[in-house]
Design a protein around this ligand. Structure first.
Ligand SMILES: CC(C)(COP(=O)(O)OP(=O)(O)OC[C@H]1O[C@@H](n2cnc3c(N)ncnc32)[C@H](O)[C@@H]1OP(=O)(O)O)[C@@H](O)C(=O)NCCC(=O)NCCS
Length: 166
């Protein structure tokens, strides 16, 4: 299914908050952080960039990324979220592909994604692995006892762009 990919504005602020909360994966504090990053981005802070997946005017998902301070052309993918009721329809792949396309156009190199080892992130980890991301590091107990930080990376100079689901 195809969607249109374009930047987010203030009009999508409440919807971004709703989408993030409704995944059921993030603590309220994390939901607030996603909204804060959008606010900072809209205020002109270029540490954070956003792209949205839209069906008409309706936001179905978004991604947020930024340059990793103190590195040579490494970037962090901070957020990628798709409407809970529309997951598995290719929107996440289209968003990831667009982020990678923009990063490559900007001469960026390594993409770093942090996620969790929890069972409820199993599908998320599969999503990255199927799109050329390598499980590079794990920090045991990072988020909480038994909840490890899992770091995925992809080198845009050598890896293929994330495939876009048909
Ligand atoms: C991870 C996420 C962004 C993927 O977006 P999506 O639109 O569901 O992904 P696509 O439809 O393009 O691709 C589906 C793939 O993702 C995986 N996937 C992840 N979550 C899924 C879900 N809830 N339903 C179906 N597939 C899901 C499947 O393994 C599938 O892999 P395959 O195509 O290789 O079979 C989305 O599921 C999501 O918002 N998850 C909750 C938030 C989250 O975990 N964000 C990342 C935080 S690190």
């Amino acid at each position: 299914m195809s969607c249109s990919l374009r930047p987010l504005g203030l009009a999508q602020r409440a919807r971004l908050e709703q989408l993030t909360r409704e995944t059921g994966l993030f603590r309220e504090e994390e939901v607030a952080t996603a909204v804060e990053l959008l606010d900072e981005s809209l205020a002109g802070d270029d540490d954070y960039e956003f792209v949205g997946a839209f069906e008409g005017d309706r936001l179905l998902g978004y991604a947020c990324w930024g340059a990793t301070p103190g590195t040579l052309a490494t970037s962090d993918l901070y957020w990628i979220v798709v409407d809970r009721t529309r997951q598995g329809s290719g929107f996440g792949s289209q968003l990831l592909h667009e982020v990678e396309r923009l990063l490559m156009a900007d001469g960026r190199r390594l993409v770093v994604v942090e996620t969790s080892s929890r069972d409820d992130y199993h599908a998320t980890r599969k999503f990255y692995e199927a799109r050329g991301y390598t499980r590079t590091a794990t920090i045991p107990g990072y988020y909480a006892p038994g909840d490890d930080l899992v770091i995925y990376t992809k080198d845009l100079a050598t890896g293929d762009l994330a495939r876009t689901a048909p």
